[in-house]
Ligand binder design. Structure first.
Ligand code: SF4
Ligand code: SF4
Length: 185
C-alpha cells in the first residue's frame, strides 16, 4: 500500500477511496434522503427526486459529486446514508476478518469483471450499471445458467458479478427488487 504511506488514512478509508463502487452506482441505483436532509443535499448540488411513495426522496447514483473520492465526506450536509452505509467488505475489514491488501484484491477482481462486462454493452450515457445488469439477470434465470455451468460466457460473467455482489458486498437487492426496477425504466 505504498500510495497510502504516511497518508494518515485508516484502512477503512483507504478501502473506500480505492473502491467507490457504492457511490458510483455499481451496487445501487439510488440513495435515500430524510426530509431534514433535503436543504443540505440541494445546496451540495445533489439532484433530488421523489420515489413513487409520497415523501420518499432520493438522489440517483452514480453520485454526481464523486470525483475519485467523496469531496464532501467531512461536510455536515453530507447525506446520512453516506456516513452510515458499510458494505460487508468494509465490516469484515473493520472486524479484522480480512486485511486491506486482501480486500483490495477482491475489489479489484470485481472491478475487472465489471470492466469486461461493460465492454460488451452498447454505448449509453451516465447509465446506472445495476440497470444494465438487470436484464441479464432475467436472461440468466430463463436460461437456467448458474455460475458453475457452461453456457453463454457473457451471461455467465453477469452471474459472477451478481454473485460477487451478494457474497462479498452483501448486496442482493438487485435480485429481490428487479421487477420494480425493470418496470420503472
Ligand atoms: S462498496 Fe463498501 S468498500 Fe466500496 S466504497 Fe462502498 S462501503 Fe466502501
Ligand atoms: S455524497 Fe459522497 S459518499 Fe455520498 S454518494 Fe456522493 S460521493 Fe458517495
Amino acid at each position: 500500500m505504498k500510495k497510502y504511506k504516511d497518508s494518515g488514512l485508516s484502512p477503512s478509508e483507504k478501502l473506500c477511496i480505492d473502491c467507490g463502487l457504492c457511490c458510483t452506482g455499481y451496487l445501487f441505483t439510488y440513495a435515500g434522503l430524510d426530509d431534514e436532509e433535503i436543504p443540505g443535499a440541494y445546496s451540495l448540488g445533489l439532484p433530488i427526486d421523489t420515489l413513487e411513495k409520497p415523501g420518499e426522496r432520493y438522489f440517483e447514483l452514480p453520485c454526481p459529486l464523486w470525483n475519485g473520492k467523496c469531496p464532501v465526506y467531512a461536510d455536515v450536509r453530507k447525506p446520512k446514508v453516506c456516513g452510515v452505509y458499510k458494505c460487508n467488505f468494509l465490516r469484515t475489514l473493520e472486524a479484522g476478518e480480512t486485511d486491506l491488501e486482501q480486500a483490495l484484491k477482491t475489489i479489484n477482481a470485481t472491478k475487472k469483471m465489471i470492466t469486461e462486462f461493460k465492454q460488451g454493452l452498447p454505448e449509453t450515457q451516465n447509465r446506472n450499471f445495476c440497470l444494465e445488469l438487470l436484464p441479464y439477470l432475467d436472461a440468466l434465470e430463463r436460461a437456467g445458467i448458474h455460475c458453475d455451468s457452461e453456457g453463454d460466457q457473457y451471461l455467465l460473467l453477469a452471474g459472477m458479478i451478481l454473485a460477487q455482489y451478494s457474497r462479498q458486498f452483501g448486496v442482493s437487492q438487485l435480485f429481490t427488487n428487479r421487477r420494480k426496477y425493470l418496470s420503472s425504466e
